[in-house]
Design a protein around this ligand. Structure first.
Ligand code: A3P
Length: 283
């Protein structure tokens, strides 16, 4: 069986274990100067890791050009990346897709700063539909219809998009969490970088901000083998079947869903999001 469920959420055995997930939830200590890049999968995780790395290095691109993203901002729920995170010097950049209920409990008493990036779930789903085809040992997406049903019912890795968002939105009054969206990054990367710097208490001058914006652009990242996923082993990922840096736009879901599928998505979206006290650019 390639998958297991942890507290009701699907994870593939290939990358995750009950031991690691349980350790993260109960024992992993967030440090007050940690910066956590938090997303639901396919919402701009790598992009935010690159932005945060560049902010960390005051706009100097040599770190992102020479050190793999997985070492700069390790994803803590992968056992081997967790080991990197535990060894990295402070202030650490950490990446995770964990929903609130599986997130380290140490967060409750920590000043660690969380940057939560959301993306139109239609685009996150569409991006994942294409990306998942590259993983050699994971179940392929199947038809769009089947994949959409799995996505809408939360029968996908990391569970339901709706539960993820609703869980984290509950934390929005905390001073140490910052919400932003993929769509805002696309629309005004410079403005977003300035807001993130402000949240992190980092003062970058305009030249440094300019360098963050330039080096985190889609084309720079696509050409940077430290950041574009191309270092992922051929044993795990077939780079001829899928790519991380695919289109980098919003609205590509329109090329995937039929009108009837998109209407069904809308219905399920609003059934789930009724009463959520936050608005998003795609609404
Ligand atoms: P698409 O598949 O729609 O192109 P994640 O990092 O969470 O896995 O998300 C991957 C998505 O982010 C992909 O979307 C990818 O193209 C997009 N992305 C990555 N870096 C980007 C950048 N610098 N600018 C715009 N989109 C970017």
């Amino acid at each position: 069986m390639a998958y297991f469920k942890y507290k009701g959420i699907i994870f593939p055995h290939q990358f995750y274990s009950v031991e690691t997930l349980s350790y993260l939830e109960n024992d992993f200590q967030l440090l007050d100067d940690d910066i956590v890049n938090l997303t639901y999968p396919k919402s701009g995780t790598h992009w935010m890791s690159e932005i945060l790395s560049l902010i960390q290095s005051q706009g100097d691109p040599s770190w992102v050009q020479n050190v793999p993203l997985t070492e700069r901002a390790p994803c803590i729920e992968y056992a081997d990346h967790l080991q990197i995170a535990l060894k990295n010097p402070s202030p650490r950049l950490l990446t995770t897709h964990l929903p609130l209920q599986l997130f380290p409990k140490s967060f409750l008493h920590s000043k660690a700063k969380v940057v939560y990036t959301l993306r139109n779930p239609r685009d996150a789903m569409c991006s994942n539909y294409h990306f998942i085809k590259g993983f050699k040992e994971l179940k392929g997406p199947g038809t769009v219809e089947v994949f959409m049903e799995s996505f809408l019912s939360g029968e996908v890795g990391y569970g339901s998009w709706f539960d993820h968002v609703k869980g984290w939105v509950e934390m929005k009054e905390r001073a140490n969490i910052f919400f932003n969206t993929y769509e805002e990054l696309l629309q005004d990367l410079r403005g977003s970088v300035q807001k993130i710097c402000h949240f992190l208490g980092k003062e970058l001058n305009s030249q440094q901000i300019e360098s963050v914006v330039e080096n985190a652009s889609f084309h720079k990242m696509k050409d940077n083998k430290m950041s574009n996923f191309s270092l992922t082993s051929e044993n795990i990922f077939d780079h001829t079947k899928a790519t991380l840096m695919r289109k980098g736009i919003s609205g590509d879901w329109k090329n995937l869903l039929t009108v009837a599928q998109s209407e069904h998505f809308d219905r399920v979206y609003w059934e789930n999001m009724r009463g959520v006290n936050m608005t998003f650019p795609w609404e």
